[in-house]
Structures are given as C-alpha cells and as structure tokens.
Design a protein around this ligand. Sequence first.
Ligand code: FAD
Length: 486
Amino acid sequence: MKDQNHLNKRKNRLKGNNYKIAVIGGGPAGIMAAISAAKALSSKKSSKNSSSKKYSNKGPNSQEVVLIERNDILGKKLLLTGGGRCNITNNSDLKTHLNSFGEKSSFLKPSLYNFDNKSLLEFFNDKGLDFKIENQGKVYPIDDKASSVLKVLENYLQEYNVKLFKGALVKDIKGKDSGFDIFIKRAPESCTEKSKKIKGMDLIKASKVIIATGGLSYSSAGSTGDGLKFAKNYGHSLTPTIPGLVPLKVKEEWIKDLSGLKLENIGISFRKPSKKRISHVGTILLTHFGLSGPGILDLSREISTLNYQFHKSVHSSANDDSNQNKLQKDIFPLELFLDLIPEKSNEELRDKFNLEFSKSGKTLIKNYLKNFIPNNFITPFLIHSDINPKKELNQISRKEKNRLIINLKDLKIHISGLMPFKSAMVTCGGINHKNINSKTMESKLVEGMYFAGEIIEFCGLSGGYNLQMAFSTGYTAGNGASNSLT
Ligand SMILES: Cc1cc2nc3c(=O)[nH]c(=O)nc-3n(C[C@H](O)[C@H](O)[C@H](O)COP(=O)(O)OP(=O)(O)OC[C@H]3O[C@@H](n4cnc5c(N)ncnc54)[C@H](O)[C@@H]3O)c2cc1C
C-alpha cells in the first residue's frame, strides 16, 4: 500500500512535468524559442477554439512550454552584452548580417529573413521599449540598459504562460521522436532559496526539445558546452570550437608595458597563408597580455576562422581550453601589422616628413610625433624603432626616417595566441549546420530535437550580429517545434 502510494505520487509528479516543448538554456536564443513556441501554440489553440465557437484567450491555458535554465536568473550573458548596454542588433541589411557570419552563412538566411532586425525591434517596441542607432549601425535600447531588454522578454514569457525552471542544470537528455526525458540536477552554486523549491524534480518529459545552451565562451555566465555534449551523444558532428571575438596575446613586452593605452583609428591587418591581406580600421586597447578593443575583437574572428580552417578535418574534441592550446600552435606566432596613420599613404608621409623635418629642424622627434600618435606611446615606439627620442628632426638620418615610416605604417606585432574561451565573446564552431534543417532548426538526425543560437557553429562580427542570430534562430526553432505538433 505504502509502495503504491509512493508510485502514484511519483506518477503524478512526472505527469505534472510533462510538456509539449522543453527549451534548454535561458539565454536570448532559448528565451525567444520559448516565447515563439508558446505564442504559436496559443494561436493554434485560439483558432481551434474560435472554430468550435469557444472563447479564446491570449496565452495557452495550461503551461505547455517549459524553459530550463541552470542559473537562478535568465539571460545572465545578455545582461553583460555591449558593456551592459546591449548592442541588440545592427541596422544593416540582410546581406550585411549574413556576411558578418562569413562562409556558409546562407544557412542562416531563412531565420534572418523571417525574423529580421526590424521584426526584432518591433517585438520589443510592442512592449514599449525603444531603440537608438549608434556608429556602424549598432542598435541599443534607448535607456542603454540590457536589463530593459531582459525585462521585456520576461514579460512575454509570463504573457504566454511559459513555465520557468531556474537553477536547474540539465544533466542529460534521453529518448527520441516519441518524446524526450530531460534529467535535471539542481545547481547549488547558482541557487537562491527560491529556486531550491524545485528540489526533488529530476525529470521533465517533453514531446519536443529545443537545445539553446550557448557555446563555450564566457562560461561564468553558464555556457559550458553541455548542449554540445548532448548533441554529440545523439550523433551530431561538431566543428572545431575556437574562441571568437577574443583579445590577442602578443610577444612584445613593450606593448604589454603600455597596458591601458587606447589607439584610435588604427589600420590592423594580417596575411593569410594564401598571402591575402585581411585588414580593417578600428580602435585598439593595449593590455597586460597584448591587444584588445573593438578593432582587435573583429579581426580575431578572422584569425579564429583561419585557425579553424587549419583544423577543419578534426571532428572536434577541441571543446576546452587545453585542446585550444594545442590547436593554437599551428598558426601562431602570427604577424599582425598596425598602421598608425591609415589616412596617409607611405609616399604622402615621406613627402610630409621631408618638408617638415627641414622646416622645423630643431624640434625633438618625440615632440613632433605628438601630431600623429598618443603621447604615452611615442617614447616606447621610438625606442622600439631604434631612434633616440631626444634627437632633433634635423639629426634624423635617412635610414632612421625610413624605419620610422615603416613602423608608423606597418608596425609588426607577433601574436602568440588567442585569449581563452573565458574571455571570448562568442564561440566559433559548434554543431555542424549540415546536421540541421535551416527552415525549422530541427536536427536532421533526431526528429523532435531543435537547436538555436550560439550552440550552432556560426560566429559573427561584433556590432549586434550575434544577438540577432540568437534571437532569429530561436524564433525559427520555437515555431518549427510548435508547427510540428499536431
Ligand atoms: C561580454 C560579452 C558581451 C557581448 N556583447 C554582445 C553585444 O553587445 N551584441 C551582440 O550581438 N552579441 C554580444 N555578445 C554575444 C552574445 O552574448 C551571444 O551571442 C548570445 O548571448 C548567445 O545567445 P545564446 O542564447 O545562444 O547563448 P547564451 O547567452 O550563452 O545562453 C545559453 C544559456 O544556456 C544555459 N545553459 C547552459 N547549459 C545548461 C544546462 N546544462 N542546463 C540548463 N541551462 C544551461 C546558460 O546558463 C545560458 O543562460 C557578447 C558576449 C559577451 C560574453
């Protein structure tokens, strides 16, 4: 009798944990997937109800979608985006969005087309949040608060009656098209007293599962690669994972000694093995380990991609920083070139120097260079160029002038590696897009299993492209999963 009671209790508990759709990961992709799924289910229900002349309401009557997040808050990484301001998307066209993801980005076309930057902003406008556009088309909430973006998402989750499990770490997923068993462990390290209430709940059953657990970057915010392991266990192939939008380590001590210095409007370039030069102009921040800042982060994506291409054949087990170190050996040290005066060609600079060196012969070279580069940079730069900073312009030899021009226009820095995943903004590599149907985000290998966001192999440039991709693929996955339910 006692046993029977226990069994019934357990049955009831499991019955209560039955959902149509379970979304794993409460980041931008997972939250959007859960909202879209619940919204689509609710409109299906409303149209059924209205055809049978019953009343209809906005959200589903019962909770049919569950969102499971290991942290005790949703969107921990989202709150950090754009330095807490959230560069939510970019005001550019579809082509630019696609290009920002490099080769193979046509996979993202259906998602970025169906739920583009305009749709995303309207989605937030509908709940009263407005946006502003800044340089390079970067879009931010009007109040500069990532928390305002999260607040709107939470309003939608509530409106569409999505069940939330926070502080709930998914340990494993079993089952297939007939339904999935999702095994959960309470994550004590991230639990508040409130979320401890889910104690005892260890299994969730769902007809469809959407995995949106992110990549491996910034693991302190929760993305530790669990979803990649789940996907791999089901036979999905993973492309090598490499930190993307990440600072670079350099060999030169004199650069590290200038930690904290900002160089604006700098040309940054490197040569691919094919000799093709990749270059762009941006801001650089000198750090105690090397180089950071927006200009470097964007270029690092190219370097990550290059690194990735070296290891294309590896069916990645490269899912941690120790493997990452092994991978990095092949392309590093890599020569990076800084153009400190990109607005002038070598010839223009030479003409200018010839003229001004003879005109203002008594000026010290270290003072003269203040016209071109930040003060703190000048002396170390001149020492590196083997020129005495205290020399007058009329004492600079022809050879020294040549060296000066070469170093101002093509300053060679040796990159010794990428900083690790924990300081990377995104992960390049992940679930091979060939395993996924681009129109629904459903796995081609496992019916009923869907993917969204950074867990998929793509990584975009900085500028709002990555969040847009997370929201757009989340939207597609949520609709894909709900449409597949009869
Ligand atoms: C510092 C920083 C700043 C950034 N700024 C910008 C920006 O301004 N603009 C931009 O476009 N992009 C930015 N990005 C990138 C952007 O944040 C990511 O592209 C985006 O968050 C990816 O969304 P996601 O939902 O796929 O993954 P995530 O945001 O990583 O979310 C995944 C979620 O899954 C949860 N999870 C993982 N494993 C489990 C598990 N086993 N069980 C339960 N839950 C689990 C995690 O806790 C996490 O909450 C930034 C990134 C960083 C690190």
